[in-house]
Design a protein around this ligand. Structure first.
Ligand code: UFG
Length: 355
């Protein structure tokens, strides 16, 4: 299939692009590089430097490349920032997603895989969480994602849009060959922060030790990014126009913050200094998903289920890329093919290698 991947230069998007290409699909990445990295884009993919808000440009690219399906990763992801700057989230995550859907609708593209989040559940009613459980987000980030879910439900009824919503829990790890991995600026996620502390001999802060969990720290459900990427390809290949599906992507087992720190100590062979701090606003005590539905319906199986493998792959990535992605400007083989109007301040580039 010819697939447009928005946010294909980001952490999860870049791993999904690789999995798509390895599965025989053709990929066009669309990314504005506001958070993503040019170096993370697989060299087998075409690349359009643009945002999802520009309906005309996207219509143009869909037609030009004969796009048949879209995977939509591009979004802002910081819960805390969404509380202080909610319009940024409603604009980028919701409004721009609607623009993208409008472009798809104009072109008759009816296959859409959407990156949603456990944050749509808010403080869950029970553990493990089922897809049918109540959506009750407690921050603008979760609400912006839930609003896209609702727009998809309506687009399915009104226009026959086919969609699969994938609700992520905690995604971690890196490609096993350590060529692509996690590089957020600034980094807020637990595993990269622990590994940074291990590398630099600094302390990692635990946000809250008085939660109602076995050791007082928050419990989360960690999934290897390559397993998550595989789930996207399965979702795409099983999508039908006019039908909507939703799947949780969790592991059904939770790890506390202290347990994750211990796993990092075992993998790195280093003692990690810990500082106990107050709770971080907006953190539910426990988030663990049931992934029975995707296992039964799509045959999803995790290749890297254990925490130590997830951490080992992340550690290989971080130690081989201590500064994250390094700009490859001089080595770049981009050929500028088209400049968009000044108004949009964007350029379209395609990669041709060896030229
Ligand atoms: N934590 C610490 N210290 C740190 C960083 C995190 O103790 O330095 C704790 C957090 O408080 C939380 C756990 O580690 O209890 C995991 O935190 P992350 O920031 O790694 O991940 P979250 O569970 O907060 O967030 C993840 C995704 C979000 C998504 C959310 C949905 O990264 O994008 O799940 O619930 F919104």
């Amino acid at each position: 299939m010819k697939v447009l991947v928005t946010g294909g230069a980001g952490y999860i998007g870049s791993h999904a692009v690789r999995e798509l290409l390895d599965s025989g699909h053709q990929v066009v990445v669309l990314d504005n590089l506001s958070k993503g990295h040019e170096e993370a884009i697989d060299k087998r993919a075409a690349f359009v430097l643009a945002s999802t808000e520009d309906v005309d440009l996207i219509v143009n690219k869909i037609k030009l490349h004969g796009i048949e399906a879209v995977m939509h990763f591009a979004a802002d992801i910081e819960v805390g920032e969404s509380v202080t700057d909610p319009f940024k989230y409603y604009q980028n995550n919701f409004s721009n997603a609607v623009s993208l859907l409008e472009a798809l609708n104009i072109c008759g593209v009816k296959k859409f895989v959407f990156s949603s989040t456990a944050a749509v559940y808010g403080n869950p009613e029970r553990t493990p969480i089922l897809e049918s459980d109540l959506r009750n987000p407690i921050n603008p980030y979760g609400r912006s994602k839930m609003m896209v879910e609702m727009a998809l439900e309506d687009a399915c009824k009104a226009y026959g849009m086919g969609y699969t919503i994938l609700r992520y829990f905690n995604v971690a790890g890196a490609s096993p060959d350590a060529t692509i991995g996690e590089d957020h600026q600034p980094e807020s996620h637990l595993i990269p922060k622990i590994l940074m502390a291990a590398r630099e001999g600094t302390a990692v802060k635990i946000f809250g030790t008085d939660y109602p969990t076995s050791d007082g720290t928050c419990v989360r459900d960690y999934v290897h990014v390559m397993d998550l990427a595989r789930a996207h390809v399965l979702a795409l290949e099983n999508l039908s126009p006019g039908k909507g599906e939703v799947f949780n992507l969790g592991s059904e087992s939770g790890f506390s913050v202290r347990e994750v720190i211990s796993a990092c100590e075992r993998v790195t062979g280093r003692k990690i200094t810990v500082e106990e701090g107050p709770r971080r606003a907006g953190d539910p005590a426990t988030l663990v998903a049931s992934s029975k539905k995707i296992r039964e319906q799509l045959g999803w199986e995790r290749k890297y289920p254990d925490m130590e493998t997830i951490v080992a792959h992340a550690w290989n990535w971080h130690t081989s890329h201590p500064e994250g992605y390094v700009k490859e400007t001089e080595k770049s083989h981009f050929i500028l093919t088209e400049m968009a109007s000044e108004e949009y301040r964007m350029a379209e580039t395609y990669r041709y290698f060896g030229e």
